[in-house]
Design a binder for this molecule. Sequence first.
Ligand code: RAM
Length: 877
Amino acid sequence: MKKILLSLCFAAAALGAQAAAPCTPVGLRCEHLETPLGIDAPAPRLGWRLDDSRSGALQRAYRVVVGRDSAAVAAGCGDVWDSGRTDSDGMLVRYAGPKLDPFTRYYWAVTVWDKDYARSSSGVAAFETGMMGAGNWQGCWISDHHDINHKPAPYFRKEFSVGKRVKSARAYVAAAGLYELHINGRKVGDHRLDPMYTRFDRRNLYVTYDVTRQLQDGANAVGILLGNGWYNHQSGAVWNFERAPWRNRPAFCFDLRIEYADGTHEVVKSDLDWRTSGGPLVFNSIYTSEHYDARLEQPGWSSPGFDDSAWGGVMYRGAPSQRVTAQQTVPIRNVTEYRPRSVRKLDERSYLYDFGQNMAGVTKLRLRGEAGTQLRLIHAERLREDGHADLSNIDVYFRPTDKDDLFQTDVVTLSGRDDEFMPRFNYKGFRYVEVVADRPVELSAENLTAYAMHSDVTPVGHIETSNDLVDKLWDATNKAYLSNLMGYPTDCPQREKNGWTGDGHLAIETALYNYDGITVYEKWLADHRDEQQPNGVLPDIIPTGGWGYGTANGLDWTSTIAIIPWNLYLFYGDTKPLEDCYENIKRYVDYVDRRSPGHLSSWGRGDWVPVRSQSSLELTSSVYFYVDATILARAAALFGREADRKHYEALAGEIRGAINDKYLDRATGIYASGTQTELSVPLMWGVVPEEMVAKVAGNLARKVAEAGFHLDVGVLGAKAILNALSENGHAETAYKVAVQDTYPSWGWWIVNGATTLLENWNLEATRDISDNHMMFGEIGGWFFKGLGGIKPDPEAPGFKHILLRPNFVGPEEFEASHDAPCGRIVSAWTRRGNTVTYRVRIPANSTATLYLPANVDGGKVHQLGAGSHTLTLRVAK
Ligand code: RAM
């Protein structure tokens, strides 16, 4: 019977492939990841896109099959789940078959029916389940016997033997703190800083590796090195990380599951039979640095046959939390290598390396020198006048409790052999490194290499124009963004490394236009849910060991809980993040509602780091209250929660009314005292009454022109101002602000040599002066929106339908492209005099409505189908 079924499937698949050559489903992903290992999601999301370049390409129906046998799945048969032919243009579905087993590789494929009802099938993709529940772990949480103050990092090892042919092997590692996994003398994988930072007492992440090829016949050894990370913070800083409630000596739990060719399996696990010792990593702090004494290396520690008789025993430890779940997100990696642009000998003991680019990451030192030579590697963003490294802009919140703990300064002691050192459990923000030795040394460019580290998100956006400043701003924005993405978005990679909520949501659109970041944000939203108080309150840094529940953790910062899932919905068309956060958003909005009887709120921090003018805190916070209530009402509508929809729609209306009653002068069209921020924020967030929009926008444009197209905003105004102008008929003005290059402006940073975005408009400021901040980063996203005009449509999210509102201002040559889930969108033009040649690409299974600006072809509206379009347009003067 099975045979007959199979041959039927084969016939069907062959038919499909033949008939549908011009359209193929490609880019198959599970949980927004390619071939993920060790997932825990009970109903994994399966997504694809169409490779179909015909105009008007679309999907009429799909059929997803999931099975354990790849050949059967290739033939169109799924023994686990078959969605059946489903008439739908959807390209993201949730697995809806029987309960998935743990430790199982599932294959899947999709067949689609294209615009002509021709059928074609994808290749076979796979996902693999992991623990699927805490009860499936066999290992125990173990640690060494030291306390939280002990500095050297613990190394652990165990030997085991493999006597049969191995079919596959998977290592599952959960750690409180950070770890490196080694098998038979080599580090496994290229991840850095695993597992990601979570609220360790609420949720711990484990990572899965395919280690089939690392195992060998006979004797094998596994080694684990643990770092402190955010779990056992030994450095002092104003955020009290060292007093986190979860603090403890790092610990781990480990299962190595070996499947043999004969169908049996075995688990090598963490237990009391492991051995432990200190080693060369004599100090490690995620916040400050690492100290390494190469003389203490123990070659072969993770290889079989190593003599561990001097090592000690381990002890059991309680699980740090009851929720140990899969780390379902892209890993942090050393993504970009930088060779020094210059090396200067400052004196016979010190050298200054310039890597030409500000970044978050580490440096690798390779050197042979006299045994016992000690080198300090000072990582800095700035130089003093005398050419030495200057930490004064970033060490201000460091509260050293120990004279040996040096800020952003690795300390390496040489062994006399060829030494190599790169921090394992730390990263820094820097462009320069000053190497200072305790005795004369000879160093050159060969001795030091820098690596930019970040969550290794795939780039999905590109801007290229004939204006160099635009291109540089786009690049610096992305560099700042990546420097601040370490499994959660941070404010800066040096002074704080904090998951400041405001910085996170202010950057979300720039983030999603440029990078495929959904898995990072889903993880961060889970951190939000872990942190939320029963009454709805969120701290303004997430995760946190307790700091951040002050008074300023209000609407303009902690609205992440609504704004981030909403944007994920817009950019990916995926409702899951909104669903997961629905109750949390509700609790948050209800809390604000309870404390705001008049529907206005001053809960927040306000327009942080403004150029000059102060804006009304109540106005800006209340606008974010309106934004949250609106998102909640839309989410309620989406999920068919009618009572909620009504309630929060009414609430949003009341907030909007209260804001306009108190702050809008209807005669003049001015909000509050009329600062750039006070005019921009209500415009961008849709608070201004329809009939007043033109007037308020006109006021803003005038105000900006009076300032010589300079900014006078803080972070909230910087988020809003370009959009407020370009969306309301003042694109030319917005562009002049965007490319302004005298103070105060974004461009002023670039002409002064910035390679990332800064924290302060004023280069002479004495506080809030990190050189790698993302909170002013909206400009990078605005190029896609305000110039390219590529916008998601809330009615058909995930760019299923695209709102195209290009503004042909600024550069004569402009191209924006964005790889949406359904494929690449391009909006590009060449402008010569009054003629614009406009090129658009709409991906398969998507459509667009093109709204031309009022002065272009009479503001015509075009409906565009999938495919490439070129329009020749006249711009009226
Ligand atoms: C600063 C951070 C961050 C900002 C907060 C309010 O210390 O660097 O960017 O969100 O303060």
